[in-house]
Structure formats: C-alpha cells, structure tokens
Write a protein that binds this ligand. Sequence first.
Ligand SMILES: [Zn+2]
Length: 60
Amino acid sequence: MPQRARNTPVCRDCDGFATAAITTGTRHTDGTRATLTVTCPTCKGTGHTLPAAGLARAGR
Ligand SMILES: [Zn+2]
C-alpha cells in the first residue's frame, strides 16, 4: 500500500537521476562530445514520481 509520501517523492526507477548523459566516445566536428541523453520513462525526466490521483488530497 502507499507509503507515507515525502514532500518530493523520488522516482524509484531512476532514484532521482532522471536524465543520464552517456558519452558515446565520438566527437562532433566542432569538438564537442556526442552524448546520448536518456530520460527515465517512468518519471519522464522529472526525477520524481507523480502522486497518484486522489492520493494527493489524502493528507487533510
Ligand atoms: Zn525516473
């Protein structure tokens, strides 16, 4: 069942690291590194889980 929610529930899937830049090892022609940015599909890059509808009002 739902745990006691903290103020900012961190996404359990990515542990708050919603986006991760992965260095591919290649470089663009301008010298910058080519990176792949992977966004957590669970929290959609926010790093926090979205409170379930209805659960947000359960506080008071
Ligand atoms: Zn996430």
